[in-house]
Ligand binder design. Structure first.
Ligand code: FES
Length: 105
């Protein structure tokens, strides 16, 4: 899969989340304390989008039924989800944040 541009670093502030279509996979990208983190925009509980959930201290809470996840690792912390988030690859190339689905490499 190719890398997909998300936004220039200058337009991607701490605390922001942006959702992009990366070759057919919806990816949510977070600027968490200056570090970029990308996940598939899918809650493992029932497959709903999750990017509209709140993030506090690096913990993402699903907006649908309240499962929580550690955004840095993708680990699930509380039910009703039992599987981790799908982590995506993220990098900064020439000042632009880019993501890629590397699961099928
Ligand atoms: S869809 Fe996320 S907790 Fe149910």
């Amino acid at each position: 899969m190719n890398w997909t541009s998300v936004a220039p670093v200058a337009e991607f502030k701490e605390g922001d989340v942006k959702v992009v279509d990366a070759d057919g996979v919806m990816v949510a990208v977070y600027n968490l304390d200056g570090k970029y983190i990308a996940i598939e925009d899918v809650c493992p509980h029932d497959g709903s989008e999750i990017a509209t959930g709140c993030v506090k201290n690096g913990i993402l809470e699903c907006p649908h039924h309240g499962a929580t996840f550690d955004l840095r690792s993708g680990d699930v912390l509380t039910p009703p989800a039992y599987e981790p988030l799908e982590m995506m690859q993220v990098r900064v190339e020439k000042g632009v944040v880019e993501v890629r689905d590397g699961r099928w490499d």
